[in-house]
Ligand binder design. Structure first.
Ligand SMILES: [Zn+2]
Length: 64
């Protein structure tokens, strides 16, 4: 998993957020509302989570 522990831009720790975000989105919640609810309001941090999740899903397609 290529998940940065902290936001590159502001240094906010995000390591413990990915799991909750992924779980709640997979249960049908709106990703935007989940991020708001978890207190991730800065665009830099939201970008960190979105991109890392996207990369993970991209990689799964190529798994053999
Ligand atoms: Zn940030």
């Amino acid at each position: 998993m290529m998940r940065p522990v902290r936001c590159f831009s502001c240094g906010k720790p995000l390591a413990d957020k990915y799991e909750e975000f992924e779980k709640r989105v997979s249960e049908g919640e709106d990703p935007e509302e989940v991020l708001d609810d978890m207190g991730i309001t800065r665009y830099c941090c939201r970008r960190m989570i979105y991109t890392s999740i996207d990369v993970t899903e991209e990689m799964m397609k190529f798994k053999r």
